[in-house]
Write a protein of this length. Structure first.
Length: 583
């Protein structure tokens, strides 16, 4: 079984209690069986034991009266949240995470990014949950750079991760690197190999793969009881006699195991490539499978929160700590955050950058924290969104619009509103007068005012223009009402009109405008889905051209504005451009 029996028992108990409580106090083996298998299909591998266990749990639960069941159900809470169907499908209003199992005060969690790229919204989910739990139990959050694969790692990425987490409002109590402990990790590696719980393997990669598939032990493992042979090889791998690809250290697992992870996985490999912090000093590097449990245990982590893709590796995590007689943290799983048509994986993002398909880690189409910041997302919205997802195991893709709507609520009251017209068409008000008007920057909040010079010539969006008809009355927003006289599409694309009055008239169409006395050419970059049908979408970045009121020229770069009837934008480095946030 992938999890310890305790964990399975706890989950069965939670499912049975919930089901009994919802069905007048009675549950049954079949219901519990199908629920648990839908969460943990891998348990099918030992279904007889599982059914026996379920029978015991169901009997015990059915003996309780409703009141007792309710009380126990409240106690289980913890990861029993995973059986709460209300949160299974994405967004709930649950802004509180379920209680952690076996947690007193002083919960220690850790966020372990590899410094091999910029953090994205998936990382935000992980670190926010880690931090929330640390605070909930008055504990500590460790930010630990899992830097044991020097080929992919760079100083730039350590810095980027620190900065972007700071922007997100994360305050780790401890910041450290796995590489700080490399010699300690070597010592534990030696202990494991000397005890015969791991061994040095010099087989060719192809053979290792083949033996794994055929479920047979390799010659290196078969020789493990030959003490002299074994000790000599251990010395050679730790003293640097072996070179890259000549030897690895493998866990002594079980080649018959249905879970291929347990077929003697790699614990250390030789990488002859300078490490960003340690240079060329170290060549023997632990894999994540080895470094994570040992570090978690030594760092005092009480609850190791891991995404569900590690599910099959959890047993290895526990086994390594068992063999080393190290304290075992409680492993808590949650689902990876993913979205349709947007990659939330450093590996995929890197590919897009390397192929020249996107401009870099801050490309506005990405959900890296850097790109999201530049595009106008508020870190508070990201936190709120992550917490609204709860601690589910179900792999659902939440609608991105949910995040947009949370962001909109936060930025709307503090964002100035200006005019932009897309694809402009000239509109002349025959009897329009020259004047200077003062407009307020927000309808309800005091975000200042601005002065705009107007004459009789304006520009409006083509989208609005094509819907106008002769004799129609419309309002130029916050200015006055006009009556359309003539629409000349053929020649000059000019609309002529005449002044009506200033009265606010109910149901009259209102359109935004810019004045030819106070306008500037402006372009707004709008992002579309990065993938279409699983393929890169070459049209995922669209530029919308138009005129903005010249107020925009006074704005600093990275200022949030709302262009009325267009959407929220973040001003760019050039005064004449912005990036679209959302509507
Ligand atoms: P990527 O595929 O983006 O490289 P990763 O898991 O290899 O992801 P790490 O730097 O190892 O990246 O991730 C650090 C932590 O963040 C891990 O604990 C991982 O589980 C978590 N994490 C990464 N991506 C996501 C995601 N999309 N949703 C939730 N958590 C994630
Ligand atoms: Mg990783």
């Amino acid at each position: 079984m992938v999890e310890s029996n305790d964990e399975i028992h706890r989950l069965l108990n939670a499912i049975a209690l919930k089901n009994a409580y919802e069905h007048s106090g009675i549950t049954n083996v079949n219901t519990v069986l199908s629920r648990i298998l839908s969460f943990k299909p891998e348990l099918k591998s030992d279904i007889t034991t599982l059914i026996k266990e379920i029978k015991i749990v169901v009997d015990a639960v059915n003996r309780l009266d409703l009141g007792q069941q309710k009380k126990k159900l409240d106690d289980v809470h913890s990861v029993g949240n995973t059986v709460d169907s209300s949160s299974k499908h994405g967004i709930t209003n649950l802004h509180e995470l379920p209680k952690l199992q076996l947690a007193g005060t002083g919960v220690i969690t850790r966020f372990p990014p590899e410094p091999n790229g910029y953090p994205h919204i998936g990382h935000a989910k992980a670190v926010i949950i880690d931090e929330e739990y640390a605070r909930m139990y008055d504990g500590k959050l460790i930010l630990r750079f899992d830097d044991t694969n020097p080929i992919n790692e760079k100083l730039e990425y350590y810095e980027a991760i620190k900065q972007d987490l700071e922007w997100l409002g994360i305050k780790p109590d401890i910041i450290k690197n796995t590489s700080d402990d490399i010699l300690v990790l070597h010592e534990y590696g030696k202990k494991l190999t000397r005890n015969g719980d791991a061994y040095v393997c010099t087989c060719h990669t192809d053979n290792i793969h083949k033996f794994r598939m055929e479920q047979v032990e390799c010659p290196c493992r078969r020789n493990i009881d030959n003490i002299d042979f074994t000790l000599e090889r251990i010395d050679k791998i730790f003293d640097g006699t072996y070179h890259q690809n000549e030897a690895i250290i493998r866990f002594r697992g079980n080649m018959q195991d249905k879970n291929t992870v347990m077929r003697d996985p790699t614990l250390f490999r030789i990488i002859e490539f300078p490490h960003p912090l340690l240079g060329e000093k170290i060549k023997l590097w632990p894999t994540y499978d080895f470094a994570a449990p040992v570090e978690d245990s030594l760092d005092g982590v009480t609850h190791a929160l891991r995404t569900k893709e590690y599910e099959l590796r959890n047993i290895l995590y526990i086994n390594i700590l068992d063999k080393l007689q190290l304290r075992k943290p409680i492993v808590v799983e949650f689902s990876r955050l993913e979205f349709d048509n947007m990659p939330v994986s450093k590996r995929k993002i890197k590919q897009l950058i390397d192929n020249g398909q996107i401009s870099g880690w801050d490309d506005p189409r990405l959900l890296t924290l850097l790109a999201m910041r530049k595009r106008g997302f508020d870190p508070k919205a990201i936190r709120k969104f992550v917490l609204s997802l709860g601690l589910t195991l179900a792999e659902t893709k939440p609608p991105f619009e949910a995040l947009e709507s949370m962001n909109r609520k936060i930025i709307d009251p503090v964002t100035i509103r200006l005019f932009f017209v897309k694809d402009p068409i000239m509109l002349v008000v025959d009897d329009g007068k020259n004047s200077k008007i003062t407009l307020s920057n927000h309808p309800t909040n005091d975000l200042g005012t601005r002065e705009i010079e107007v004459s009789n010539t304006f520009y409006i969006s083509r989208d609005d223009a094509i819907l106008l008809a002769e004799d129609q009355e419309v309002r130029l927003m916050e200015l006055y009402n006009i009556k359309i006289n003539n629409i000349d599409w053929e020649n000059k694309k000019v609309i002529t009109s005449s002044y009506l009055n200033k009265d606010l008239v109910r149901n009259m169409k209102k359109i935004q405008w810019v004045s030819d006395k106070a306008m500037t050419k402006y372009s707004i970059v709008v992002t579309k889905d990065l993938y279409l049908n699983d393929k890169f979408n070459p049209n995922s970045l669209v530029t919308v051209d138009g005129y903005a009121e010249s107020t925009v020229l006074q704005l600093k770069s990275q200022t949030q504005v709302q262009f009325i009837r267009f959407g929220f934008c973040m001003t760019g480095e050039k005064k004449s451009s912005a990036i679209f946030t959302h509507r």
